[in-house]
Design a protein around this ligand. Structure first.
Ligand code: ATP
Length: 192
C-alpha cells in the first residue's frame, strides 16, 4: 500500500490543495492520501493560523468528504505542544505498518528541510516527494537528489492568504474553495 502524507495549515483548504492532491496521487500511484492539518508549527509560532484548529480540521474534512481515497488525520491538532513532522510520521507508520509512506513537500519547503527536527529519521520513515508546480501535471520527473522524488503538479494560482484577504474585503470566494467549505466559512463567519 502506497500512502501519501499531505500536511498544511489549510486556513482554509482550497482548490489548489485539491488539484495538487489529485496530481500527486496519480504521479505517485498512491492508494491513499492522508491530509494532516497542522497544529502549532515550529517555524510559524509568531504567525498562528487565523481559524481555530477545530475549524481548520472540519474544513479539510468537508473538502475531501466524498472521496474514499482521502483520509484526514487529526494527530497534529490533538497533540499538545509543537507539531513535528517526524512525530506525525512515527504515528502514521505505526498505524500503517505495511505501507510505504510518501511525504509531499512543496519546493519552497525543501530548502529548509535540514533544519527540521530529525530529518534523517523522517527519510527513514518516508520517501520525500517534492511537488513542483508546472504547466504539465500529474507525472514523475527526474529526481533532484538521492532518495527524493519530484512530482509535477499543475500550477493553480490561489492561496489561503488570498482567500482570507478576499473575505476581509467582502469579495466572493466562489470557486476558490469547495461549496461545502464556502458554506462553513459563511456560517461560522470566518476571516471577516
Ligand atoms: P497561506 O497562503 O496561508 O500561506 P497556502 O495556500 O500556501 O497558505 P498551506 O496550507 O500553507 O496553504 O499549504 C500547504 C501546502 O499545500 C504547501 O506547502 C504547498 O505545497 C501546497 N499548496 C498550497 N497552495 C497550493 C496551490 N495553489 N497549488 C498547489 N499546491 C499548493
Amino acid at each position: 500500500m502506497r500512502i501519501g502524507v499531505f500536511g498544511g495549515t489549510f486556513d482554509p483548504p482550497h482548490v489548489g490543495h485539491l488539484l495538487m492532491a489529485t496530481d500527486a496521487r496519480e504521479a505517485l500511484k498512491l492508494d491513499r492520501l492522508i491530509f494532516v492539518p497542522a497544529g502549532a508549527q515550529p517555524f510559524k509560532v509568531d504567525t498562528p493560523p487565523v481559524a481555530s484548529a477545530q475549524d481548520r480540521l472540519e474544513m479539510v474534512r468537508l473538502a475531501v468528504a466524498d472521496d474514499a481515497n482521502y483520509v484526514v488525520d487529526d494527530a497534529e491538532i490533538n497533540r499538545k505542544g509543537l507539531s513535528f513532522t517526524v512525530d506525525t510520521l512515527e504515528h502514521l507508520s505505526e498505524r500503517n505498518p505495511a505501507a510505504q509512506l510518501f511525504l509531499l513537500l512543496g519546493e519552497d519547503v525543501l530548502a529548509g528541510f535540514e533544519q527540521w527536527r530529525n530529518p534523517a529519521r523522517i527519510r527513514e520513515l518516508a520517501t520525500l516527494a517534492v511537488v513542483r508546480r508546472t504547466a504539465a501535471a500529474g507525472s514523475l520527473v527526474d529526481p533532484i537528489a538521492a532518495g527524493v522524488l519530484t512530482v509535477s503538479a499543475r500550477r493553480v494560482d490561489v492561496s489561503s492568504t488570498e482567500i482570507r484577504e478576499r473575505r476581509r474585503a467582502g469579495k466572493s470566494i466562489k470557486g476558490f474553495v469547495p461549496e461545502s467549505v464556502e458554506r462553513f466559512i459563511d456560517v461560522r463567519g470566518l476571516y471577516r
